[in-house]
Design a protein around this ligand. Structure first.
Ligand SMILES: C[S@@+](CC[C@H](N)C(=O)[O-])C[C@H]1O[C@@H](n2cnc3c(N)ncnc32)[C@H](O)[C@@H]1O
Length: 357
């Protein structure tokens, strides 16, 4: 069964650590809105009087290897510190605990090695899927997840059945695929987000807050720049079939387990779950330098950092170098595809803050 895998570990040229500036831009873009909303809704006195003594626990769900998680966690600690001052609490009396979650296969060594020596929190790694329970009941004050919740727990079952109308022949994703494929992805996503919210509903303290940041689309739209880049990769894989480097079945049976939700969908998921109120939800343009043309080499290196492990686990490691060498040779095609899909709109990110009721 095809599942999502971790990002490329280590600190080498192809690593996620060195190829995740787009995800960092998303965090930077969201910073101000996150600070404003958290300062308004967090009640640190209530956390402390509800049995947590002087401990504030923050979880990063899908933290990967850094550096973005370190930036985000420090930002949240700074926001809580500001709120402490506003509530007349001496922040020096507070102890912070940060729980770094990712899949078992994540490179936690690189994550912990890149941690600052003078960090002002206790740290621990929590391996496992955020679609399952990860933490004890009522133990988390702030959960944060960036660029991670668009990964499905698995490729929808229907896409693995050659006789199903959702067999995705010649493609590796849904945003440019026939209706049965789109529907199968949507069904799996609804199931996954429901599981995510049910698990968090048990783990968050009353008044606890979840910050979610993920690639998203306008209501009624399917295409996203990341999906366009995945289609570009799919077209190269199909060329490799024609060249005899891969079997057709290897591509037909391979699908990237990504979904980009709209605000309308996300609102429905949260309302169906019933344990959270929506504090804030908006579609942001996470393209920081809006005037600069997108650099296709950087875009392809980013694409490699987040797809390499998933592709290698399905088709074998030997396919990776020729695949991305071809991608770099054809970077103009990616530029054309992004342009045709209206890239000028920017990299859309769905930013959501939920509070446990
Ligand atoms: C693109 S990285 C984002 C890393 C970091 N949050 C950032 O902003 O740069 C996505 C991460 O989500 C993790 N991930 C995907 N599905 C997951 C799941 N079900 N449970 C835990 N982590 C998951 C991947 O392993 C990967 O490390």
């Amino acid at each position: 069964m095809a599942q999502s895998t971790a990002m490329v570990g280590g600190a080498g040229a192809n690593s996620y650590a060195n190829n995740s500036t787009a995800q960092r831009d998303a965090v930077t873009t969201a910073k101000e809105a996150m600070a404003e909303a958290l300062i308004e809704v967090l009640d640190i006195s209530a956390f402390l009087s509800n049995g947590s003594k002087n401990l504030v626990t923050i979880a990063d769900l899908g933290c990967s290897v850094g550096p973005n998680t370190h930036i985000a966690m420090q930002t949240i600690i700074d926001i809580v510190t500001t709120k402490c001052h506003l509530q007349g609490i001496d922040p020096k009396t507070i102890e912070f605990q940060v729980l770094f979650n990712d899949q078992n296969t994540n490179d936690f060594n690189t994550l912990f090695a890149s941690m600052s020596g003078d960090k002002n929190y206790f740290a621990a790694g929590v391996p496992g899927s955020f679609y399952d329970r990860l933490f004890p009941t009522s133990s988390i004050h702030i959960a944060y997840s960036a660029s991670s919740l668009h990964w499905l727990s698995r490729v929808p079952e229907e896409l693995e059945d050659e006789n199903s109308p959702a067999w995705n022949k010649g493609r590796i994703h849904y945003t440019n695929a026939p209706e049965p494929v789109v529907k199968a992805y949507a069904k799996q996503y609804e199931k996954d987000i429901d599981a995510f919210l049910r698990a968090r509903a048990k783990e968050m303290v009353p008044g606890g807050v979840i910050v979610m940041l993920m690639p998203g689309v306008c209501d009624g739209v399917l295409r996203h720049d990341i999906g366009v880049s995945i289609d570009f990769l799919g077209s190269i894989l199909m060329d490799m079939v024609k060249e005899g480097m891969l079997k057709q079945h290897q591509v037909d049976s391979f699908n990237i387990p990504h979904v980009y939700p709209s605000m309308k969908q996300m609102k429905r998921f949260v309302e169906n779950n019933g344990s959270f109120r929506i504090v804030k939800m908006e579609l942001q343009n996470a393209w920081l330098n809006k005037e600069a043309p997108i650099d296709m080499v950087t875009a392809i290196m980013h694409l490699r950092a987040f797809t390499e492990m998933t592709i290698a686990s399905h088709m074998g490691c030997e396919i990776i170098e020729p695949l991305f060498a071809k991608a770099l040779q054809r970077k103009q095609k990616l530029s054309d595809m992004l342009y045709d899909a209206g890239h000028k709109i920017g990299l859309r990110y769905l930013f959501t803050i939920l509070q446990r009721t």
